[in-house]
Design a protein around this ligand. Structure first.
Ligand SMILES: [Zn+2]
Length: 480
């Protein structure tokens, strides 16, 4: 019986958002269509237009979706595809499913709020251009979540006749997975053709999550290359910088405000703070985690304790026995959050959003920026055009919630924390393959990082058949 396999790059080819790839053909004579991820395009003027564009495949003809992790740029259009008639299952890990419930509902709320706000502005004649797209409702999200089937890590599962899916820990965010798909070539023996999708890979030796699991064999590989052109600052440097800022600020009687992405980064920061107190590099700290989504993600992290890095597990166990080390408080309601504005000294406040665009971080910045004793510590990438970027770029006056605010607090950027593997980590992970895949496709990266990474793979590992995937590229992988 015939096995034939094609690949299509529908998104995250030459860019970092909108991850969606298609595998199609016949396995043991049976036709199939599988998607790997179905993410939203984010940022940039044409994101709405790309998100509204129809997939070249008929949604009702797709058999299954493999989801590597819950980030919106990998999962964010799933409710739309379900509403358009997708009838199969969405396969992901248990933690991804738990995060998906939080992130997809949040995405639907944000879309509705943005739309309502734009309509109101338009009524007052203060909105020009197209209204923002509403891609799906919370009702669509609920319907989509019903299609999820959970598969544990390292548990090969036949999802369609002759096609077996296995998830391996990618160490990127909670629940993140590298997916291997094995296609049987013959009903009589166990020979298979393997496609591996790296998904997003985490840094090696970071706080919180384990290193990405090595895969030893594959025929075709999709590898992300967000940071294919560079390495991150070392974690030791990051810890040293953090220690210095905390001690200086507390000594001067100031507060420390840390904008952080709610899922992943906020939990990594908590662990780093715990580790610094444990090592007696900083005094016992008073920490408020002030973001409903970050609080939910932190509870989930505790729930999936066994999936965390061993060092992280040991640290959390130590903290449970020494809770005074970090007087950690989860801030529930908005009133409590606003009450934090009265604290004049000694508070560490972790809040979202990570780029200071919305959420409770805004009023913390408003109240703490005008005092030179305070410190603002940026812990993640600040995109051009965001409030976070304006603060990092050294503006002395910024507009927050309609008010001009003086920036007198010191501003610091802690650069070593990233959800993505740097170049050396990516190469290290590739070295886990015993021999080069027949075909390697570089995805999830901008033009320069992907090209630099392509050359690096060929020169350092001596691999052939390495290409940078192009948008809407279609390739035959196998025909036999
Ligand atoms: Zn991601």
């Amino acid at each position: 019986m015939k096995t034939q396999l094609n690949i299509d790059f529908f998104g995250a080819a030459g860019e970092v958002t909108g991850s969606k790839h298609g595998l199609s053909g016949q396995c043991l004579g049976q036709p199939f269509k599988i998607l790997i991820d179905y993410g939203m395009h984010q940022g940039g003027r044409d994101a709405d237009e790309k998100n509204l564009r129809h997939l070249p495949w008929d949604p009702t003809a797709i058999d299954a979706i493999t989801l590597t992790h819950a980030h919106i740029d990998h999962s964010g259009l799933l409710p739309r595809l379900c509403a358009q008639g997708f009838k199969g299952h969405i396969y992901c890990t248990a933690a991804t499913f738990a995060l998906l419930k939080i992130l997809l509902l949040d995405s639907a709320h944000i879309q509705k709020n943005d739309y309502d706000r734009a309509v109101k502005k338009k009524e007052r004649g203060r909105y020009r251009g197209e209204l923002p797209a509403v891609l799906y409702s919370t009702h669509d999200v609920e319907a989509c979540l019903k299609k999820v089937k959970v598969i544990d890590y390292n548990n090969p599962t036949e999802i369609l006749p002759g096609i077996t899916l296995e998830f391996h820990n990618a160490g990127h965010i909670l629940g993140s997975a590298i997916a291997t798909l094995d296609f049987r070539l013959d009903s009589d023996n166990s020979e298979t053709y393997r496609v591996t999708a790296s998904g997003d890979l985490g840094m090696f030796n970071k706080p919180l999550l384990p290193n990405p699991e090595y895969i030893h064999r594959t025929d075709a590989l999709l590898i992300e290359a967000t940071y294919g052109d560079r390495d991150h600052k070392s974690l030791d440097e990051t810890r040293a910088e953090l220690t210095e800022v905390i001690n200086k600020t507390l000594a001067h009687g100031g507060n420390i405000i840390m904008p952080a992405f709610a899922v992943g980064r906020a939990q990594e920061i908590l662990l780093m703070l715990m580790a610094l107190v444990k090592a007696q590099k900083v005094p016992e700290l008073h920490v408020w985690l002030d973001s409903p989504m970050a609080v939910a993600a932190t509870h989930l992290t505790e729930q999936y304790f066994s999936e965390l890095d061993e060092d992280a597990q040991a640290l959390i166990t130590w903290y449970k026995r020494n809770p005074h080390a970090l007087h950690l408080r989860f801030v529930a309601d908005v009133e409590e959050s606003k009450a934090l504005n009265r604290i004049r000294s000694g508070a560490v406040i972790i809040s979202a959003s990570g780029m200071c665009e919305a959420g409770r971080i805004l009023h913390h910045l408003k109240h703490n920026l005008p005092d030179a004793r305070n410190a603002i510590i940026m812990t993640g990438f600040q995109a051009y055009g965001t409030l976070g970027r304006r603060i990092v770029d050294g503006q002395t006056m910024v507009r927050i919630m309609g008010e001009e605010i003086n920036v007198k607090a010191s501003v610091h950027t802690i650069g070593g924390l990233s959800a993505h593997a740097g170049q050396a980590d990516l190469l290290n992970w590739l070295k886990g393959f015993q021999r080069a895949p027949q075909k390697t496709y570089i995805v999830h990266g901008e033009t320069e990082p992907t090209q630099i990474f392509q050359k690096k793979i060929m020169s350092e590992l001596g691999w052939l058949g390495v290409q940078v995937a192009k948008a809407l590229q279609h390739e035959r992988l196998l025909d036999q």
